[in-house]
Design a protein around this ligand. Structure first.
Ligand SMILES: [Zn+2]
Length: 415
């Protein structure tokens, strides 16, 4: 690395360490910020010589990044932004902290994908899904897909691993003028991770006609855009690879959505030459990811934490949660997005018949929504009150971002 980059990298590590020592979080944002101030090209310098995978999408990127890093770990040490700091400051800090590693797997905020691709020159980019998120500031889904598409067109050498079940992702991953899927561009490997949430992909991003669905298939009624044949699919409790071989996947993470994340991780690792048969056992070593899916025992209750940030991830959380007492907690602080009207995009009907408790800064928004949805609930003022209000056994907690962090703090920053 050039001297300036070496100095920037060293100062970045020091700043991050100071921030951690001062108890101000993990320091990855401030460390990266200072490093990039000293050398604006620091991320590019730190990326040089590493084989890099980027993982982006609205939901599942933190977990998929963790699973992918575990799978690529078959080959050697892997740098990764495991604290979920997924903007260039976080990437810079993660690479500076890791020192020299042959591989890196980085979670990337979908808005920053183009910029991070330019800086890191990745070997593989994984595109998971696109759905509505943070109504007051995130881009419209179709605009996001257009940005991805424009970025990918500039990198024809890239290996793209993309979700065949999300029409917006398929359109973004398919170069203009070749979205006739009888011809799959050789550089796109498709996986099927399922898509429970369809409400952001009823309209074709290419021609504006309606998207039709039947079973797992989807197609545009007005142009050739349709679901490509996936190379990697989830089947029963395992994953089928492109050769047709089935691999049993044992995860400590719940839900079919995480089997889809595992399929994605295996597909990305395969682009580095990792055989699924070698990687699959490493996936079961991933227990929880920054508190997501963590289980804590307290006063005879087994508390499980599920993070749900937007309508698509709420649907997945309802699917993952056991039929057990469930605490919902909603805040609308800056990292959550300030607009809670998305609550009306979610059908809370699956919670009927469970004991439902609500809390959080915006518990009353949740109360109105549940009342409209005919789901009985009880308001509690604190997490402790929630724990005392349910019988011994499982308590599922589903919370959005800062509400989740508050509860995680009450449980002593469970990982
Ligand atoms: Zn169309």
């Amino acid at each position: 690395m050039p001297l300036r980059a070496k100095v920037a990298s060293s100062v970045s590590r020091t700043a991050a360490a100071l921030s951690r020592a001062a108890g101000r979080g993990d320091g990855s944002v401030i460390g990266g910020w200072i490093g990039l101030k000293i050398d604006p090209d620091l991320l590019a310098h730190l990326s040089a010589g590493r084989a890099i995978a980027l993982v982006s999408g609205t939901n599942g990127k933190t977990t998929t990044t963790r699973l992918t890093a575990a799978a690529v770990g078959v080959l050697g040490t892997v740098a990764t932004n495991s604290f979920g700091a997924n903007m260039p400051t976080g990437h810079t800090s993660a690479l500076a902290k890791a020192g020299s590693t042959p591989y890196a797997v980085l979670e990337v905020d979908e808005h920053y994908l183009a910029q991070v691709m330019e800086a890191t020159e990745p070997h593989v980019v994984a595109l998971l899904n696109l759905s509505r998120d943070q109504l007051d500031r995130a881009k419209e889904v179709a605009m996001m897909a257009q940005l991805w598409r424009a970025a990918l067109v500039r990198h024809p050498e890239l290996h793209v691993v993309a979700n065949a079940d999300d029409p917006m992702v398929v359109w973004a991953a398919t170069p203009p003028a070749s979205h006739d899927h009888r011809i799959t561009p050789p550089t796109v490997v498709w996986f099927s991770a399922g898509q429970r949430w369809h409400d952001d992909s009823w309209v074709c991003p290419e021609c504006g006609s309606s998207i039709q669905r039947s079973g797992e298939q989807w197609w545009c009624s007005g142009c050739p855009l349709r679901r490509p044949q996936p190379h990697w699919v989830v089947e029963d409790d395992g994953v089928v690879d492109p050769t047709g071989a089935w691999h049993k996947v044992v995860l400590q993470l719940p839900g079919r959505v995480n089997l889809g994340n595992a399929a994605t991780a295996l597909a990305v690792a395969a682009e580095f030459g990792v055989r699924p048969v070698d990687a699959v056992s490493r996936l079961s070593g991933v227990t929880s990811v920054a508190g997501r899916y963590a289980q804590v025992d307290r006063d005879g209750r087994n508390i499980r934490l599920l993070l749900a940030k937007n309508p698509a991830s709420w649907l997945e959380a309802f699917d993952m949660a056991d039929h057990a007492p469930t605490l919902l907690s909603i805040n609308a602080r800056d990292p959550d997005g300030l607009d809670t009207s998305w609550l009306f995009d979610v059908d809370f009907g699956p919670l009927r018949g469970r004991q439902v408790l609500i809390t959080g800064d915006r518990a009353y928004d949740l109360a109105v929504r549940l009342d409209v949805n005919d789901v009985p609930f009880q308001h509690v003022r604190s997490f402790d009150e929630a724990v005392r209000s349910v019988p011994a056994g499982r308590l599922e907690v589903i919370a959005n971002y800062t509400a989740f962090q508050d509860i995680r703090a009450e449980l002593d920053r469970v990982n």
